[in-house]
Design a protein around this ligand. Structure first.
Ligand SMILES: [Zn+2]
Ligand SMILES: [Zn+2]
Length: 166
């Protein structure tokens, strides 16, 4: 795809759902320092537009979910069995996953965090040029995801998890 990264910047992967916004600079810098420029970064928010949320995840393979302390709504924002290159193409359907736990700030113990997910692309979308391409959108074929969070109380930034997805 020509201008692939320009397209990706406008198209967050479906795992984020309808409600995501550009990340704050602190999270953008933290994540792209690790995954480089062929990546996109988005911050999921609640449909009530709150961005500091309760997070559950784990360092190993597990779903990452957000829950809103204001309106109570929750949703999964990354599930390795469904999302990313291997998830989308059905390679991970029998993956054994760890149980997600509440993520708290490593500095102050605060439990309201703003998330950002960084999606890295390195040629996975070539599969869409096959004679019989899978019915998947390019933005969903990321090969690596790294998740970081920023504390509402003390603003500290920390890594939540990283997963290879291809
Ligand atoms: Zn809410
Ligand atoms: Zn904190």
């Amino acid at each position: 795809m020509e201008n692939e990264m320009a397209y990706m910047q406008e198209h967050p992967p479906r795992c984020l759902g309808e409600h995501s916004v550009p990340p704050p600079d602190a999270l953008l810098t933290f994540l792209q320092k690790e995954l480089g420029e062929d990546s996109t970064v988005f911050t999921p928010m609640c449909e009530c537009s709150r961005k500091f949320l309760k997070i559950s995840s784990s360092q190993g393979l597990s779903p990452t979910a957000i829950a809103c302390p204001k309106c109570g709504k929750s949703r999964v924002v990354f599930d390795p069995t469904q999302h990313g290159y291997d998830g989308e193409l059905g390679h991970n359907s029998d993956l054994e996953m760890g149980a997600p736990e509440a993520v708290v700030c490593s500095e102050c113990g605060g439990d309201c965090l703003r998330l950002a997910l960084c999606f890295q692309y390195s040629g996975e979308t070539d599969v869409l040029d096959d004679d019989d391409p899978p019915d998947v959108r390019p933005e969903d074929l990321f090969g690596w995801v790294m998740i970081a969070a920023q504390c509402e109380k003390c603003q500290a930034v920390q890594e939540v998890s990283q997963s290879e997805c291809a």
